[in-house]
Design a protein around this ligand. Sequence first.
Ligand SMILES: Cc1cc2nc3c(=O)[nH]c(=O)nc-3n(C[C@H](O)[C@H](O)[C@H](O)COP(=O)(O)OP(=O)(O)OC[C@H]3O[C@@H](n4cnc5c(N)ncnc54)[C@H](O)[C@@H]3O)c2cc1C
Length: 406
Amino acid sequence: MKDLIIIGGGIIGGSSLYYLLEKGYKGKILVLEKNDALAQESTSLCAGGIRNIWSTTVNMEMTSYSIEHFKDFKNIFGVSIGFEQNGYLFTYYEDEWEDIVNFKPRWDEVGVNVELIPPEEIEALIPGIRAGVNHLDPDILEMVPISPIVGGLYGKDCAILNSTSAAEAYFKYSRDKYPDQIEISLNTEVHKIMIGGGEVKGVVTKKGESIEAGAVLLASGAWSKKIFDDSDIPENLSIPVEPIKRMLFVVSPPKSANYSHIPLTIIDNGIYFRPEAENLIVGRADENQIPGFDTEPDRSYYEELINLYMQARIEGAEYSRIQNMWGGLYAVNTQDNNALIGEHPDFKNLYLSTGFSGHGVMEAPAAGLSIAEIIEGGGVKTIPEVKKLRIERIREREFVKETIVI
Ligand SMILES: Cc1cc2nc3c(=O)[nH]c(=O)nc-3n(C[C@H](O)[C@H](O)[C@H](O)COP(=O)(O)OP(=O)(O)OC[C@H]3O[C@@H](n4cnc5c(N)ncnc54)[C@H](O)[C@@H]3O)c2cc1C
């Protein structure tokens, strides 16, 4: 019998494993992953953006902790994860700018390093970007309704990294250092969680094998709610986490511009882009995307809803042709766009770390640390604010609503 089963071999499963062992967990841990390799789902399909610019304190604190951890990653794990601290740059129209200016003291208070910058500085940071719209024909403006950018929110501590390498490093380090405590079983899909007398008893795999365990940690990202459903857990005890497709496009940069060290930049229509070697990774959340496990990328989405806007805003963006594209899944907490971290209130020893709503890579270190502290029995200590992400908040309607979601 195992002491703990971790369902999911992504970055959340990996960071949880690492922190549990480093914090002194003595039990035997079994990691179950449905794929034939670790870290192949959302973790490897993501944009790798790391920012501490948020509206909720818990996200600011978790990501600030994570930035420091990722900065030190090579020293701890001996692995390069392509951590590049080029910053994040949000751009704003007049109607949103006042809110940003008013919120700045809150970021200062929590210690989030942000600067408000004028349009000229934005133009200096991102070659070819035009903050105004005077260069556009009225016909184009009607088709691509953009407004002048009046200011930018620039977070210099923010970064990008290779999240697959980070996740793999958590598992490798843990396996090398604690070989007697860990077993990792690939190609093993959990069908359901076994529960009896209000307590977790283990899991049943898709192949029909029952594996007993004293505790289970659900770190299965966009599949988390499906596991609840398959376990016949009633809806009122389940979790509001939906799989929602998000697409990324690798495109050539705007003509003759050197974009290799620009910040991850967010412009009109929620479009974001960041350097990827000589190219750019570009994305935009589709608000109309219906939940489901479809991950098919759609070229016309880039051409119509992304590139047309980029062309209007950035000189030479018509040369930004697709080199590669893919879709992946956000695990969206439909109630407040924030993670669920803690023990399930109705099922003893069922722990959750899921529902990261598009910010799981940048919260993985803080989430791993916090769930390790919870499983060890003392509750969240290092980042007390994480207590707010407890599962009970959903039914108590004590939401921790995050508004800066991209
Ligand atoms: C397009 C896109 C862009 C993103 N950009 C960013 C970004 O810039 N910054 C950021 O922080 N986050 C970003 N995210 C979100 C980020 O990728 C996730 O929040 C993060 O990877 C969550 O990690 P995870 O380990 O929970 O999920 P996953 O990496 O999906 O891992 C879950 C694992 O559980 C396994 N699993 C599921 N069900 C079962 C089962 N029944 N049995 C066994 N194994 C199972 C899966 O196979 C998977 O390996 C992005 C996501 C997408 C899709």
